[in-house]
Ligand binder design. Structure first.
Ligand SMILES: Nc1ncnc2c1ncn2[C@@H]1O[C@H](COP(=O)(O)OP(=O)(O)OP(=O)(O)O)[C@@H](O)[C@H]1O
Ligand SMILES: [Mg+2]
Length: 603
């Protein structure tokens, strides 16, 4: 089966870069208090828990002593027992509150990173989105950020706490007995050697797993977006196959990583048991002269078994640290992604305009070496309506995309009222334009929200007025909740034509000086179109308008029609002029006429 782009992993295996961790300081700033409280609670919880074996020792030794002396005084033992219980309760309580505190810190950190990454992604140019699967962007914003935040809120505290725990245990052990403590510590070098040996493989295995995991997420995201097409083309089986394969790769990667990981507890368990056995042997057989009490031996054994738990945690955190390093690399990569299209230094706001648009020798390519437009020049006077027609892929949408600076041109210049669009602020430039792009996107929310998308302060009356202008009012009123009807992302419950009408209303509501309609009426039925046409004409009055349409009936009244092909303008003139000329436009028009006439005759 052919590989697709989801098989290509993100290059996650980057050298460990401490600079990325240092950079996280900005995200920890607001949570630092919570993190410190969390660390203190963790530490208290550990200290309380570690008091346990000490109390056990006291009780056992006490009982032993009493047995030897033939006395039976149990009130002291009760007190110690109560203290032990109190310690356990306090330990659990601290641990409980620590979880609450660190979760809160974690959520704060997630929030800050997400806001940062999202606000940056919003400024990235169309080029960025053209060149990668959206799902992979999603993975970074959601999955990677979650992992990083978990490390920053929990992992960091844990590292400190686990190291301190080890030191506290060592302190307790040494205060009981030095020799026996050294016996317990004897297992440590073996464990360290093992960890050093598997470290590289372990890191590779986990980074491989997260790459495969992100492939799966990206594929699911795309599949859900394209589900209708999948079903229409009976691609379910093939897609299932692709998904299966991606899942298989992920499972394999996971099992490999998990196998390596699971070997660590295995080693620890065995070492711990071995050391404990050795401890008893040493205490009873080797260090006979020391005359250890039963309490001391039991307490030492207990500390010995607890000693390995923080060591294992440190191993886990080390893993997490390595993964976080690669996630951070990707996150900062996205945050640092150069904003290709931004205000130049010294950019000024485009003042109120009359709407003169001039293209001067404009050359543009999406990819270097493949010019889509070459040496394009034309001038639109204020209020003029210009229709762009021509074969598919000729560059009509491109001409308006570069006017909005969705892409920057390579040569030449575009001027609006004499201002080079490259020198003015993007915000002021786009605020002068009403843009209706070729694919009419509906956001989740109400119809009303969708119409006021670009003009948040629009009143209900303005919204209704805009809808009426584009003949959307009637169908909206027929919906269950009228303007408050909730639609899904992409407007799945609306027809394509209805979606176009809503986008159309969204475009007209901001009262732009320049109007750009890219196939605005392509999915609207001919009857509605006649009404919409009136609305469009009303809208176009006094505005410079660029209308792109395959259906020529919608543009015959435009002041100028430009036939676009072969990287430039092939013909330009009014409908009548171009018909008289008998060139490309004439051919296009007559061929459409022939297509529609038989249909009309049939009606
Ligand atoms: N994001 C992009 N990256 C690379 N090439 C692109 C991109 N968008 C368009 N193109 C190419 O640029 C050329 C012009 O595309 P454009 O979308 O402007 O055509 P169009 O005239 O609007 O076509 P249609 O009538 O089908 O909408 C096409 O050959 C297309 O393959
Ligand atoms: Mg187009």
């Amino acid at each position: 089966m052919a590989r697709n782009k989801y098989d290509i992993d993100e290059a996650l295996e980057t050298p460990f870069n401490i600079a990325n961790f240092k950079r996280c300081k900005i995200y920890l700033k607001h949570s630092i208090k919570l993190l410190i409280i969390g660390a203190i609670l963790s530490l208290l919880s550990t200290v309380f828990a570690l008091c346990g074996p000490y109390f056990v020792k006291i009780v056992i030794d006490n009982i032993e002593k009493q047995q030897a002396a033939g006395t039976q005084e149990i009130s002291g033992i009760f007190i110690i027992g109560a203290l032990y219980l109190l310690c356990i309760l306090l330990s659990e309580a601290c641990s409980y509150f620590r979880t609450i505190v660190t979760s809160k810190a974690g959520q704060q950190i997630i929030h800050e990173i997400r806001v940062d990454i999202f606000s940056h992604v919003q400024m990235l140019s169309f080029n960025y989105f053209d060149s990668r699967p959206r799902g992979k962007i999603l993975v970074r914003v959601v999955h990677y950020v979650n992992n990083v935040a978990d490390f920053l809120s929990n992992g960091l505290i844990n590292i400190v706490v686990q190291f301190l725990t080890i030191f506290i245990i060592i302190f307790f052990m040494f205060s009981l007995d030095v020799k026996l403590s050294l016996v317990v510590l004897s297992g440590l070098p073996i464990f360290i050697i093992y960890m050093v040996l598997i470290r590289g493989r372990q890191r590779r295995a986990w980074t491989d797993y997260s790459a495969k995991n992100s492939n799966v997420t990206a594929y699911v995201s795309e599949s859900i977006n394209g589900m209708q097409i999948t079903q229409a083309f009976n691609r379910e089986k093939i897609n299932q196959g692709i998904y299966d394969r991606l899942l298989g790769q992920m499972r394999k990667a996971y099992l490999k990583a998990a196998t390596i990981n699971n070997s660590i507890p295995f080693i620890i368990e065995n070492l711990s048991s071995f050391v404990q056995a050795f401890l008893y042997v040493a205490a009873i057989a080797f260090f006979v002269g020391n005359n250890y009490t039963a309490g001391t031996i039991v307490a030492m054994a207990s500390y010995s078994s607890r000693f390995w738990s923080p060591i294992q945690s440190i191993g886990d955190i080390y893993n997490q640290l390595i993964n976080t390093g690669s996630y951070l690399e990707r996150i900062f990569d996205t945050i640092d992604e150069k904003i290709e299209i931004e205000d130049v230094p010294g950019a000024y706001d485009l003042p109120a305009i009359s709407g003169e648009v001039e293209y001067k020798n404009v050359t543009f390519a999406y990819e270097p070496g493949h010019n889509v437009l070459e040496n394009l020049s034309f001038k639109a006077t204020p209020g003029q309506s210009i229709a762009l027609v021509g074969p598919t892929g000729a560059g009509k949408s491109t001409i308006v995309n570069i006017l909005c600076r969705f892409y920057d041109i390579q040569e030449g210049e575009i001027r609006i009222d004499g201002h080079n669009i490259h020198d003015v602020t993007l915000k002021s430039l786009r605020s002068k334009m009403g843009i209706m792009l070729q694919d009419s996107f509906i956001f989740s929310g109400t119809i009303k929200d969708n119409i006021r998308y670009g003009k948040l302060d629009a009143t209900d009356d303005e919204i209704i007025e805009a809808a009426k202008t584009v003949c959307a009012h009637d169908f909206i009123m027929q919906l269950e909740d009228g303007y408050d009807t909730v639609v899904n992302e992409k407007g799945s419950m609306l027809s394509q034509g209805q979606r176009q009408l809503i986008c159309f209303a969204r475009t007209v509501i901001s009262n732009p000086a320049i109007l750009i309609l890219d196939e605005a009426t392509s999915s609207i039925d001919t009857e509605t179109e006649q009404y919409v046409q009136q609305g469009i004409e009303k809208m176009m009055r006094g505005r410079t308008s660029f209308i792109i349409a395959h259906r020529l009936s919608t543009i015959i009244n435009c002041d100028t029609i430009m036939y676009i092909d072969q990287k430039g303008i092939m013909e330009t003139g009014t409908h009548e002029e171009l018909l008289r000329k008998g060139g490309y436009y004439h051919d296009l028009y007559t061929s459409q006429l022939m297509e529609t006439e038989p249909a009309q005759q049939n009606n």
